[in-house]
Design a protein around this ligand. Structure first.
Ligand code: NDP
Length: 310
């Protein structure tokens, strides 16, 4: 049986590492389970231009490396494992991982973040990794000189489309309304890029061609006229948002209908005393690295005070 930790942190994005920095400095000897995507979503983004302290911007993976080093400098132990099952019915809480280990902890900080959403088309899933991707930073390199499509009209879609122009010969954005959801600056950057064509009111109906084992064309529809047509394509990138990674807490922690963890007003405390939630797993509204870091700090401070009281 393992030693009981004062605090265990699930997830290694800005929320998790900030919680680790604060709790390590409070002598809580935190362990971070890095999860499925060590460093979190910023490791699959390119330039981060809106995180204070980096006037020239910083690459997402580099920033998360800095977060990790800062957490480790104060004694945080980072384990590259994924928490797969939890028992929050009694203390110490228990977390089972994919490395067949069980961690026990007095307080638990949930910073499991969110993951990319797919449209759920049968062929989209079948062709994942064969032309279909939800991460331009990871896979853009493979589309040198190719014709690629991006679904979505938010900041992610604009950022991915702009990034893909470094490799692809043509980038097409499929936007279901007649305007972007993206911030003005990101939208304008995409619109002013000669390599990007925006198709408004356009939805993806199907991805072809599974029989060839790769993306060769897309079936599209104009949702105003109902017209459908096929476009030759080499790649498809999904950028339609994210869902919180909170499935393992279902039935234990209160969550809203989309799976975001519910915390006490202006706090990170969940419905279970000693369990705190922060970052994108809990925040459906701001979803920024800086706000995730902020709530990570809050969770560590609340966990520390809670441990002192108990
Ligand atoms: P958003 O939820 O902001 O945008 C999702 C986009 O996908 C919208 O255009 C939406 O359309 C569209 N969409 C959703 N579902 C479907 C569907 N089924 N079919 C077609 N289109 C669909 O998600 P993002 O991931 O873009 O951004 C999330 C957060 O992260 C935001 O707060 C954003 O500002 C931030 N962010 C910031 C960045 C930066 O500053 N560098 C970079 C990336 C993200 P509709 O508008 O019609 O709903």
């Amino acid at each position: 049986m393992s030693d009981v930790l004062k605090t265990l942190i699930l997830g290694s994005g800005p929320a998790g590492y900030t919680a680790a920095i604060y709790s390590a400095r409070a002598n809580m000897n935190p362990v971070v389970l890095a999860g499925n995507q060590p460093g979190g979503q910023l490791t699959i983004t390119t330039d981060v231009e809106n995180y204070p302290g980096f006037p020239e911007g910083v690459m997402g993976p580099e920033m998360m490396e800095l977060f990790r080093k800062q957490a480790e400098r104060f004694g945080t132990r980072v384990e590259f494992e994924v928490g797969e099952k939890v028992d929050l019915s009694q203390r110490p809480f228990k977390v089972w991982t994919n490395a067949d280990k069980v961690y026990e902890c007095e307080s638990l900080i949930v910073s499991t973040g969110a993951s990319a959403i797919y449209l759920g088309l049968e062929n989209e899933l079948a062709l994942q990794g064969r032309g279909v991707s939800a991460c331009a930073t990871c896979d853009g390199f493979f589309f040198k000189g190719k014709r690629v499509f991006v679904v979505g009209g938010g900041d992610s879609a604009c950022e991915e489309a702009t990034f893909l122009t470094k490799f692809a010969s043509e980038v097409h954005m499929l936007v279901r309304r007649d305007e972007f959801r993206a911030s003005k600056i990101m939208g304008e950057r995409a619109l002013s890029n000669d390599k990007i064509t925006v198709h408004w009111h356009t939805e993806l109906l199907d991805v072809l061609d599974v029989s060839q084992g790769k993306v060769t064309a897309l079936e599209l529809q104009n949702n105003q006229t109902g017209e459908t047509w096929q476009e030759p394509a080499d790649g498809l990138f999904l950028a339609i948002g994210h869902k919180p990674n909170t499935e393992i807490f279902r039935g234990m922690l209160d969550m809203d209908d989309k799976g975001y963890l519910i915390t006490k007003p202006d706090r990170t405390a969940t419905n279970i005393p000693g369990v705190f939630a922060c970052g994108d797993a809990q925040d459906s509204y701001y979803r920024q690295a800086i706000t995730a870091a902020g709530t990570g700090c809050m969770a560590a401070i609340e966990a520390e005070r809670w441990l002192e009281e108990h």
